[in-house]
Design a protein around this ligand. Sequence first.
Ligand code: PLP
Length: 360
Amino acid sequence: MIPVTRPYLPDKDKYKSYIDQIYQRNWLTNNGPLVNELELELKNREQLKHLLFVSNGTIALQLAIKALELSGEIITTPFSFIATTSSIVWEGCKPVFVDIEEQTLNIDPGKIEAAISDRTSAILATHVYGNPCDIEAIQDIADRHNLKVIYDAAHCFGVQYKGSSIFEYGDISTCSFHATKLFHTVEGGMVVTKDPALLKKMAYMRNFGFAGPEAFAELGINGKNSEFHAAMGLCVLPDIDKIIQKRIELCQYYNSKLTKAKVRRPVWHPEATYTGAYYPVVFDDPTLMHLCIKALEAAKIYPRRYFFPALSSSLPFLDRIKLKITDKICQKVLCLPLFYDISKEEIDMIVRIILRTQNN
Ligand SMILES: *Cc1c(COP(=O)(O)O)cnc(C)c1O
């Protein structure tokens, strides 16, 4: 069986040594020493000033929306994971979907202004597969219309944009450290901002709003993460360059083998680095994609249709709308299996099945 992804497991003895420490201290959660150590290591690695380790990438989005006091409408992308949209609705706002660009699969900034109304408070965009949006164009629109910007950067761990971390952009950027992501803490996530006041507010919000044992500073929720999760992060983080390097090599291997396949790759931002977080391909033709999925599944290989269905056309709690590019892309985009220990022989087999299917 070859799944679309498989979590990276660090050295077990190393993890055990952290668990021993936790047992000795008997401090399991609530801003413990390992949570603090992980936050420091993350700041060092990504060269960031302000970040918070939170319970998952979805809570990170909700904290961001809440902390920025957004209301009314939020302009967003229909081509993302469900949490991008559901967080907006969960926070009592209305998502307004704007179509994506055919080449990058990110929200099309050229179509944002037409979607702005007097109720719009923000733009929440996803850097899909870790490929940066048109950050300058989006910031320019936000500045002119007095809107906040949140980036769902769940796919972006390690991505550098114009020489610095992609998490630096927008009022707040969020990330997910779920087990299936490039860097993970089993479950986890973070919020990143340049604004110390905003960080402080989210730090209160992460812990029920407590400002001391008997005082409250904010409306809060439980967005904390535990020592056990931080321990996993501290074990995976030192391996992350090795993981990224390996994934890039595997992507290049796929590229070299797929030159004759009737698929294309999303166009990457020229000023961003690539980490190999996913290996998406856009088929020339949906029928061919479905034949490939069938043939792969017959060989116990399970690619995933990230992202299908489109968020704009499938959610029972929202009006369903048609968007030309999104609806077209969703019918023919597929993520092929990619993880740290997939072998070149396994990739050979996947490619062989795709090429054989298209040539029949
Ligand atoms: C994974 C993911 C999330 C949610 O993160 P969790 O940690 O699973 O809550 C949000 N947005 C995108 C784009 C994701 O891929």
